[in-house]
Design a protein around this ligand. Structure first.
Ligand SMILES: *Cc1c(COP(=O)(O)O)cnc(C)c1O
Length: 382
């Protein structure tokens, strides 16, 4: 068996990428407008059910930044944010010179804990400031507690910015993720379930809001023959070349979801009789996860001392990439002084959790290598 690198999540070509990219080149429309951009946005809108408007951007981070601006976040404001997430969820709060207030996870979906969220809102209000927005993430593709978080958001009239970067194709009660926030974002970074090489999108409930986002994303040019600007603008628009990659990738999105979910099933089966290891699975019947990444929790007390780091190093020795879960933001040096509400759920998950190779292009031989390693590592202990 070869020893080629097995990646955590790698780019998986669909087939028609070249065709769409070539069309952009042939029509000499390679910048911030063209058929690929229109087509990609329409594909996403119809995927989400056509009740939404989509604007394609240069990254998911850019979408989060513009989303916060559209929700009115300004310098000095406070923004509630899930602590266990990728740093891109939280960085745009700092771009606006606002303050992140971090919230712990709950142990069922690993996302925003409703109890800690409400505690934080009440405490921030008691201290004199009502938070301006809630950033809720569907980590690893698993929907957050949609109903509970929406109830709290409505009760205190705080809008939700839904970070669906990892959850394209996941759904809750039949409705696709990306549809639950007052504004939502997607990412098409190279490691996501589909990709444009790099890119993102903002999802709004009205075309007016979407157009406002595109105005900000293209340097906020006023309607004038010369370049005139009355607002701060950004250079955040997706271009018509990479949007072509996105169109091709949308054609295979359903296949990619099936493939990632099959990988998840493979791990459930593989670890089912290994004591001390549990593969993270949605237990709520209303929730459907794309299982962008399959993750596990390992308890060294039950595995004769094999902890997360030992398992990671065992993978690494076989040229197989695995990675600890996202390190919570309230433990990151850059966010060290930010308020935090909750307990140690996210911290414990970080200590014991590992992300497994989950690509939609994981092959039979790759799975055999992983299987052999796991059997060797755990069964020799018995
Ligand atoms: C990937 C990701 C983003 C940002 O996406 P980019 O397109 O890389 O800027 C935001 N939030 C989460 C949770 C992500 O995983």
């Amino acid at each position: 068996m070869s020893n080629k690198k097995i990646w955590l999540s790698s780019f998986h070509l669909a087939g028609n990428e070249q065709k769409y990219v070539q069309e952009a080149l042939d029509s000499n429309r390679i910048a911030s407008e063209g058929d690929n951009l229109d087509g990609f946005e329409q594909d996403l809108e119809s995927y989400l059910s056509n009740d939404f408007s989509v604007g394609a951007l240069s990254s998911g981070t850019a979408a989060l930044h513009l989303g916060l601006i559209l929700l009115g976040v300004q310098a000095g404001d406070e923004v509630l944010c899930q602590s266990m997430t990728f740093v891109a969820s939280a960085n745009p709060i700092l771009y606006l010179k606002a303050t992140p207030v971090f919230i712990d996870s709950e142990s069922e979906t690993w996302n925003l804990c409703p109890i800690a969220l409400e505690e934080a809102i009440l405490d921030r209000m008691a201290k004199g400031q009502k938070p301006k927005a809630i950033i809720a993430v569907h980590l690893f593709g698993v929907p957050y507690k949609i109903d509970e978080i929406r109830t709290i958001a409505n009760k205190y009239e705080i809008p939700i910015l839904e970070d669906a970067a990892e959850a394209l194709g996941s759904s809750y009660k039949g409705q696709k993720c990306g549809a639950f926030g007052d504004i939502a974002v997607l990412s098409f970074n190279g490691n996501k379930i589909i990709t444009t090489s790099g890119g993102g999108a903002i999802i709004t409930k009205t075309k007016t809001l979407r157009d406002k986002a595109m105005f900000l994303a293209t340097q906020s040019r006023d309607d004038a023959p010369h370049y005139q600007h009355s607002e701060i603008g950004f250079n955040y628009r997706m271009n018509n070349v990479v949007a072509g990659i996105g169109r091709a990738q949308m054609e295979v999105l359903e296949d990619r979801i099936v493939a990632r979910r099959n990988v998840h099933d493979f791990y459930v089966e593989l670890f089912k009789n290994i004591e001390g290891v549990s593969v993270f699975t949605t237990k709520n019947e209303d929730s459907f996860s794309n299982y962008w990444l399959t993750t596990l929790i390992i308890d060294p007390v039950l595995t004769n001392g094999i902890d997360r780091e030992k398992l990671r190093l065992a993978f690494e020795a076989e040229n197989i990439e695995s990675r600890p879960l996202w390190k919570p933001m309230h433990l990151q040096p850059i966010f060290g002084n930010c308020p935090y509400y909750g307990n140690k759920v996210a911290e414990t998950l970080f200590e014991k959790g590992l992300c497994l190779p989950s690509g939609s292009n994981l092959e039979y031989d790759d799975k055999e290598r992983i299987k052999n390693l796991i059997f060797r590592l755990f069964l020799k202990n018995e």
